[in-house]
Write a protein that binds this ligand. Structure first.
Ligand SMILES: Nc1ncnc2c1ncn2[C@@H]1O[C@H](COP(=O)(O)OP(=O)(O)OP(=O)(O)O)[C@@H](O)[C@H]1O
Length: 402
């Protein structure tokens, strides 16, 4: 006999970090497990009233289509949604044919859309690589840049056992001062078996640093000189214990006087990546650029040294971005977050939020020390609570009501 559809799991959107990440993780896990979720007070800790921005709405609509969900409340600035995946087995046609295209008409972060849909694509049960093309912003404040995703996130996912993800950036899109959108293709190889538990416990020593600068052409020499000076002064702190440290600097013209971006990535002897960056895309006026470059170099190198000196295996951003994979992996994964001032590095608010959401939607528990016994999600499996639902009959395509 068909069982009743379970009540939606309610999440208060202002909890902990109270931003868009709560929604992305909730919808990603709901789409996979088929458990309905309702979120109220969406982005309740953000200014300007919160609610869904275009980036969040786009991600939700795509996930809704992918898992054949019934959605209520889908609209810009909406503060309340209910997302009810169709529990019947299905795999979206775009995934089966291996081409997914997600277009944004504003420079909303491409990489946050990726964050929303990646777990679904990886665990979809698809057999072949999927080309995922997303338009929007590649370098957007308060989000992972394209460069961070390529140089830190993807290598770290590979270390934890996620199959190959390759990227190709067709054009950059910045969060201000442009109508030009960026465009990136990610080629994602889905998992064919459960993701095994992973152990990020041994940090090793820093062997190399890569500096990526994207800035106006006439600032290239200034960046190179300031980076040289910084490495000279801080070599011992960055490369403590390394005999032949490697430093690579790459420069790309941002073609705009107000667009400055610097990413520093440390690679350790155990292959781990720690990254810190700065996006300076406004408020730079001619004549003041002499101050901008040293300030950016100082800020980013200070932040990277803080990450290096805690001795942990992840930087602040990676800490929350790995949570969903720990939750879905099979067995106990551990992430060493390092120590600062004689105490363990605190769980970031973003990471606490991701854990809170995962614990509410799936049966996992984080131990507060970087450990979690994951649920062992099988790619393509139907893990919702509903056996067969009469209630969702007729839901064969995305339904959106505002
Ligand atoms: N400089 C950065 N490098 C890498 N990742 C970053 C960086 N800044 C933020 N992030 C990541 O971006 C995500 C931001 O989530 P958050 O909820 O704050 O964003 P959002 O969807 O833009 O929502 P909101 O507009 O509500 O802040 C987190 O996963 C965080 O780790």
């Amino acid at each position: 006999m068909p069982s009743k559809q379970p009540a939606a799991i309610h999440l208060e959107g202002a909890t902990l970090e109270g931003g868009g990440q709560l929604l992305r993780i909730a919808l990603g896990l709901s789409s996979l497990t088929k458990k309905p979720v309702s979120i109220t007070n969406i982005r309740g800790k953000r200014s300007a009233g919160g609610g869904l921005k275009a980036q969040h709405l786009t991600s939700m609509l795509w996930l809704g289509q992918a898992c054949n969900a019934r959605i209520s409340g889908a609209g810009l600035r909406s503060k309340e949604i209910t997302f009810t995946p169709n529990p019947l087995p299905s795999i979206h046609q775009d995934i089966t044919v291996g081409h997914v295209s997600i277009s944004q008409s504003t420079p909303g972060s491409i990489n946050l859309v990726l964050q929303a849909v990646l777990p679904y694509l990886l665990f979809s049960g698809a057999q072949d690589p999927i080309q995922l093309r997303i338009t929007g912003g590649t370098n957007v404040s308060n989000s992972p840049s394209y460069d961070y995703v390529e140089q830190v996130l993807i290598p770290m996912l590979s270390i934890v056992g996620v199959p190959s993800i390759t990227t190709s950036c067709h054009s950059r899109g910045w969060s201000t001062g442009s109508t030009r959108l960026g465009s990136v293709t990610f080629t994602v190889t889905p998992l064919t078996t459960t993701l095994p538990a992973f152990q990020l416990t041994d940090r090793g020593i820093v062997k190399s640093i890569r500096a990526t600068v994207v800035a106006p052409r006439d600032s290239e020499q200034g960046f190179r000189d300031n980076l040289d000076l910084m490495f000279e002064k801080r070599l011992a702190r960055i490369f403590s214990g390394t005999e032949n440290p490697e430093i690579h600097v790459t420069f790309e013209d941002s073609h705009h006087e107000k667009r400055y971006y610097l990413l520093l990535v440390a690679t350790t002897s155990t292959g781990l990546k720690l990254g810190r960056d700065w996006l300076y895309d406004r408020g730079v006026r001619t004549g003041k650029t002499t101050q901008v470059i040293p300030n950016i170099v100082r800020k980013v190198s200070d932040d990277l040294i803080t990450e290096i000196e805690h001795g942990g295996c992840v930087d602040e951003w990676m800490m929350d971005q790995l949570v969903v994979f720990q939750a879905l992996a099979k067995g106990k994964s551990r992430v060493n977050r390092g120590r600062r001032g004689g105490r363990k590095v605190e769980t970031s608010l973003h990471a606490q939020t991701a854990m809170w959401v995962a614990e509410r939607i799936i049966d996992v528990k984080f131990d507060g020390e970087g450990g979690c016994e994951g649920m062992g999600f099988s790619p393509g499996s139907e893990q919702g609570d509903v056996e067969e639902s009469a209630l969702v009959e007729g839901v064969s395509k995305l339904e959106v009501s505002t």
